[in-house]
Design a protein around this ligand. Structure first.
Ligand code: TYM
Length: 333
């Protein structure tokens, strides 16, 4: 059977982009395959420097997976930091990874571009090695579990290409003794490629434009109402495809009702306010039952911590086996 693996950074509370882009497709895959879903807590150290915040985020991401329906008997759920083989593999992989490849990574390049725009003499100002090595650590996450498929949002496509590249370099050198399966990204189609945030850019914790998945109902309503729209009067025709509100609605509304909404917007007579109310209702209807489970799991004495501890044991059984083969292949055994 094929193995699916994916991770979410513990850099904040999960948002509806994470839910649509990764959590839902990953949970669908869990019905028929081997699945390992983890919390990328070391990855988030690059941005989260407050230890209490980080502890909270780790529980929050874990609780989100479980509240959304992850069955811990079927799927191994664990913290990246519970699997030291990830870090060992990351060092081994660094010796088969060109620095030039890392120089071309989107997040690193974007940081340099920002410095260039700001007229800074040092293009690497503010870039730590965690950011620079990010794709390498991610490749280790994936390869250490002999992953075949990685369900992620489109924004992770380059990272997936890097993981495949790095696996290829390793296999080329050591393939006589051991080869990693070449991992493949699994992306959901079309609309779900990248969810926009409340300001129209990609929904992302780093842009502060997210709609957190389990916001209390009244705050969710307020946040949806605050999404900026243009000032087209109610009675005039509107272009649904240029509206963030409508784009978000496509992920939560039933197809028939969505088609009807599209028609009403195009014909004129439906205002943005009404569309926002519809979006709020659609999101809330889907998340309300999960929110109840989430809140219960977030209580300090819930089963959450026990589930993560059990997941760590199962994850390490697997990573230890893979690392033993890798060490033998490179001659460090
Ligand atoms: P992260 O934590 O930024 O996001 C987690 C998942 O949510 C998806 N996603 C989105 N999908 C659609 N629209 C959006 N606006 C949106 N924002 C986020 C992401 O594509 C991702 O699937 N590098 C990863 C974490 C990671 C990982 C891994 C993933 C570390 N190691 C190994 C897979 C395998 C990240 O930053 O995801």
């Amino acid at each position: 059977t094929k193995t699916f693996l994916t991770g979410i950074q513990t850099s904040g509370e999960p948002h509806i982009g994470n839910y649509v882009g990764a959590i839902k497709p990953a949970l669908a895959a869990a019905e028929s395959s081997d699945t390992l879903y983890f919390l990328a807590d070391y990855h988030s150290l690059n941005t989260v420097k407050d230890p209490d915040r980080l502890r909270h985020n780790i529980r929050s991401v874990a609780a989100t997976w479980l509240a959304c329906g992850l069955d811990p008997d079927r799927t191994v759920i664990y913290r990246q930091s519970s699997v030291p083989e990830v870090f060992e593999l990351s060092v081994i992989l660094s010796s088969v990874t060109g620095k030039g490849l890392m120089n071309r990574a989107h997040a690193y390049k974007a940081a340099r571009d920002r410095n260039a725009e700001a007229g800074s003499a040092d293009l690497d100002a503010g870039v730590n090695m965690g950011l620079f090595n990010y794709p390498l650590l991610m490749a280790a996450d994936i390869l250490v579990m002999e992953t075949d498929y990685v369900p992620v949002g489109r924004d992770q496509a380059q990272h997936l290409e890097y993981a495949a590249d790095i696996a290829g370099s390793f296999n080329h050198l050591y393939g006589a003794s051991y080869s990693f399966p070449i991992p493949q990204g699994v992306y959901n189609e079309g609309d779900a490629a990248v969810l926009p945030g409340t300001d129209g850019r990609k929904m992302s914790k780093s842009y502060d434009n997210t709609i957190p998945l389990f916001l209390p109902e009244n705050r969710l309503r307020k946040l949806v109402r605050r999404i900026p729209t243009d000032s087209t009067p109610v009675e005039e025709p509107k272009n649904p495809d240029s509206s963030v509100v409508f784009q978000l609605l496509t992920h939560f509304e039933e197809p028939a009702r969505l088609a009807e909404t599209r028609k009403r917007l195009e014909a004129g007579g439906m205002g943005w306010g009404e569309l926002k109310d519809q979006l709020f209702e659609a999101i809330n209807t889907e998340v309300a039952p999960m929110r109840v489970r989430y809140e219960r799991l977030m209580e300090p004495d819930s089963e959450l911590d026990g589930i993560l501890a059990a997941g760590a044991v199962r994850a390490r059984e697997r990573s230890r086996r893979v690392l033993a083969k890798v060490r033998r292949a490179v001659g460090i055994d």
